[in-house]
Ligand binder design. Structure first.
Ligand code: WTA
Length: 785
């Protein structure tokens, strides 16, 4: 068979011409032919991809001008493989739970439906607006843990049909003082059948700190770097090997025990990205105490609220941190929080304070004798070994507060065994982790990403992790790539908001650095828009690194939907397919599962080891928020579209939660801060599209009768939100509202507010059901005031 290099492929045997650059055989396509054209080396290449065998046959030829034709002999090897068609394809499609991947077996079956499908292969060319698919290269797939869709299907099928066997096999790689009981897991996700309960490996006795550190040291990794620390100032850095990290963790663990912190006690941690933050988390885990890390951007009032909720004996902080050129006095914030919590009857006995000399000298820190202790004065005196507190797999590991649709944050509680197995496994597969990797995740340990994928997941795998104290654009927007080159980072995991902001700063800052070490990129926190995806892929990754767009949540503990980079083609902006053991379904508003190509609410139909077990002190809220909306399912709060190829596209929150720069903020939290201002009568907050942050916070504010609008008042309203929640929650816009659009029963119609905020005035819809439809015109008139 001869193929010609022009825009009209000729049809031969089973391959049929479909238009520019793509040929396929209709039903069912098991081999697809792709041509790509690299402007850089003036080569065109043709690749035939066999999804089930995960092999690509490629031929390329130099071309001089458009329309020049040349025969490619290797293409004669392209044959329709009937054996593949009849055996593996059909065998794989059996049960209901594999529905979402049915199309993968004949991938990309939707090709026929995509009229101008273009595709490229990793490392071969730039991803352009027209590329719908990016294929893993042979080289990448060959070395990957999951090298083909077929392998994924095999593993996925087992994980669903035999979860107990699948996860027990993986769990056996960890150290258990005592193996779990007969029943590997228990789940009830249906409120009609009793209390919601999820348990994994119950009866198994282990310790996650032991598995992160001691186990790796004993396996001979003692001298491997566990943490590289890069300070805010480019000249400041440090590192700890696995053995050194273990010693530091033991010293702190001994101190905590000494001051009376016991198994089950909570420890509140308010630290920036110093090595002391993962050290503290691990020390708590070692002695069975629960850490409750509060992101060091939260205000004193938010810290106080969390202290009151979990009543810790000790708060661990540092005197200050420098982010960019700004010094933030963290200890002052904690001092204010401790006064506030004492007013609510919760007195913290000890405030352990690390001296972060580069930000603030010891002598300049405000101090309360008797309560405040300098870390450096006490911790180094403690022994560098510390016995492990062995805990049950279902004993709590940590609390992490996250925003919901009411004003009160939710204390998400994770337990030990399942979380350990799940974070380690998701990390290994989603990033295709290898022992030679150097991994950098830009997330702060104050968020779930810093728990699961800075600390636990990577360390459980014996990874060398880079952590960075400062701002990603300090001293200039090239800093990230400077760090990548300095530590030879191979896996770089970040948030779309950072990608967009660096993209805006221009390619030049990226291209100044080599970035040769990079091999896998990752994205998390919000949907990544295809143009940011392409920039990340083309410019940062030089079109050679797959991007793992990982969808998950504080509640899920680990990745739920993620590309497995060696297994399948990627579509810019899609989180692709569910991870092993996750039965992701899309339901309509009545809770009925929808098949095939559709949009709806993303739910999970089964339990997975990393799932949260309750909301701290409020199991009822846990059931009501997550399990009552759709009986029998975990409701994620996210909307999702599934395309014709079975790929999943997250479309954002469907509840009253806004995602600002990947941070979850409840509209109710911002509203309650605004209405606490004496001159604010009412407030309604909605999310609007924001070029860099993903979503911005847009607040409609009704003032107390007779109070005039003023710039000063606008500023003080923003200030009150900064003070009560934190700077990251400050509204981007205050829109004066003489009244709010409400139904006759008094419910605010946010749909209308969202349209006004995003200036989609021709899409306001029916406003006749409003108690006072004139309100809408008034709001529109005040839009630019
Ligand atoms: C959103 C962060 C699309 C989503 C790990 C989710 C995403 C919320 C993605 C959880 C992604 C996170 N694509 N949306 N890859 N990752 N989200 O609890 O709306 O801070 O519900 O956990 O972030 O935010 P959380």
């Amino acid at each position: 068979m001869a193929l010609e290099y022009n825009n009209n492929f000729t049809s031969h045997n089973s391959l049929v011409h479909v238009g520019k650059g793509f040929a396929y055989r209709p039903t069912p396509p098991v081999a697809i032919l792709v041509w790509s054209h690299s402007a850089v080396n003036r080569r065109k290449s043709i690749s035939i991809w066999f999804p089930l065998r995960r092999s690509v046959l490629r031929a390329s030829s130099r071309f001089e001008s458009r329309g020049c034709s040349s025969s490619i002999s290797t293409c004669q090897k392209v044959i329709w493989n009937r054996e593949m068609e009849s055996s593996s394809t059909n065998n794989l499609i059996t049960t209901n739970h594999l529905r979402h991947v049915e199309s993968m077996a004949t991938m990309p079956s939707g090709a026929g439906k995509i009229p101008h499908l273009n595709a490229i292969i990793l490392g071969e060319a730039l991803a352009s607006e027209e590329n719908d698919l990016i294929f893993p290269s042979d080289d990448f797939s060959r070395q990957a843990h999951v090298p083909s869709p077929q392998k994924y299907l095999e593993m996925y099928k087992r994980s669903i049909e035999d979860p107990a066997g699948f996860w027990s096999d993986i769990a056996s790689d960890f150290f258990w003082k005592q193996k779990w009981g007969q029943q590997v897991y228990f789940e009830n996700l249906d409120v009609n059948k009793g209390d919601i309960r999820i348990e994994w490996f119950k009866g198994g006795i282990t310790n996650i700190c032991y598995n992160c550190l001691d186990r790796n040291v004993e396996a001979g990794l003692g001298d491997r770097i566990a943490l590289y620390w890069e300070g805010n100032e480019p000249c400041l850095d440090g590192s700890l090997t696995y053995s050194q990290l273990l010693q530091k963790v033991c010293q702190l663990a001994n101190y905590l025990k000494d001051i009376g912190v016991k198994k089950g006690d909570a420890v509140v941690v308010y630290l920036p990205m110093l090595m002391e933050l993962p050290i503290t988390m691990l020390a708590c885990a070692r002695i069975g105490a629960l850490h409750s890390v509060v992101f060091a951007g939260f205000s004193a009032e938010s810290v106080a609220q969390r202290i009151v909720d979990c009543k810790p004996k000790v708060v661990i902080t540092c005197n200050a941190v420098k982010r960019g050129s700004k010094v933030i006095h963290l200890k002052d914030i904690v001092d204010a929080a401790l006064i506030e919590s004492a007013r609510s009857g919760v007195c913290v006995e000890v405030c352990l304070t690390y001296i972060n000399e580069s930000a603030l000298k010891r002598g300049s820190t405000k101090w309360e004798e008797g309560r405040d202790i300098w870390w450096q004065d006490v911790i180094p005196k403690y022994p560098t070994t510390c016995a492990v507190e062995w805990v049950d797999a279902e004993d709590p590991l940590f609390l992490l507060y996250t925003s919901g649709s009411t004003g009160k944050p939710k204390g998400v509680l994770h337990t030990t065994g399942g979380y350990m197995v799940y974070t380690a496994t998701t990390f290994k597969y989603a990033f295709d982790y290898k022992p030679s990797d150097i991994y950098w995740c830009t997330a702060d340990c104050g968020w779930i990403t810093g728990h699961s994928y800075v600390t636990y997941g990577p360390l459980l795998n014996g990874t060398t992790v880079v952590i960075y104290e400062g701002a990603p654009n300090y001293p200039d927007p090239g800093r990230c790539w400077d760090i990548v080159d300095k530590y030879k980072v191979t896996i770089f995991y970040t948030a779309p908001t950072l990608v967009r902001s660096l993209m805006r700063d221009g390619d030049e800052y990226v291209k100044r650095y080599l970035r040769k070490s990079l091999r896998v990129l990752g994205s998390v926190g919000e949907p990544i828009n295809p143009s940011a995806w392409r920039w990340f892929y083309n410019v940062v990754g030089d079109s050679r690194c797959p991007i793992s767009d990982t969808w998950w949540q504080t509640e899920t503990g680990g990745f739920m939907m993620t590309p497995l980079p060696g297994a399948w083609p990627q579509k810019p902006g899609s989180a692709t397919f569910p991870f092993f053991g996750v039965q992701a379904v899309i339901v309509d508003e009545k809770g009925v599962e929808i098949e095939g190509e559709c949009s709806g609410y993303l739910c999970i139909k089964n339990s997975w080891p990393g799932a949260f077990r309750t909301l701290y002190g409020d199991h009822e809220r846990y059931e009501t928020t997550y399990f009552k909306p759709f009986s029998g399912y975990y409701f994620s709060g996210d909307g999702c579209r599934r395309d014709e190829d079975g790929y999943h596209w997250l479309t954002g929150r469907v509840d009253d939660v806004i995602n600002v720069s990947g941070h979850r903020i409840g509209t109710a939290e911002v509203e309650s801060a605004l209405v606490s201002h004496p001159q604010c009568a009412e407030a309604a907050v909605v999310g609007v599209e924001h070029e860099v942050k993903g979503q911005g916070i847009y607040a409609f504010v009704t003032l107390v009768e007779g109070v005039p609008y003023s710039e000063e008042l606008r500023k003080s309203l923003i200030l009150i939100v900064r003070k009560q929640i934190g700077a990251f929650a400050a509204p981007d816009r205050i829109h004066w509202a003489p009244g709010l659009p409400k139904t006759r029963s008094g419910k605010i119609m946010r749909r209308i507010l969202r349209k006004i905020a995003s200036k989609q005035l021709d899409e306001l819809g029916d406003t006749s059901t409003l108690a006072d439809p004139n309100v809408v015109d008034q709001l529109i008139a005040l839009a630019d005031k």
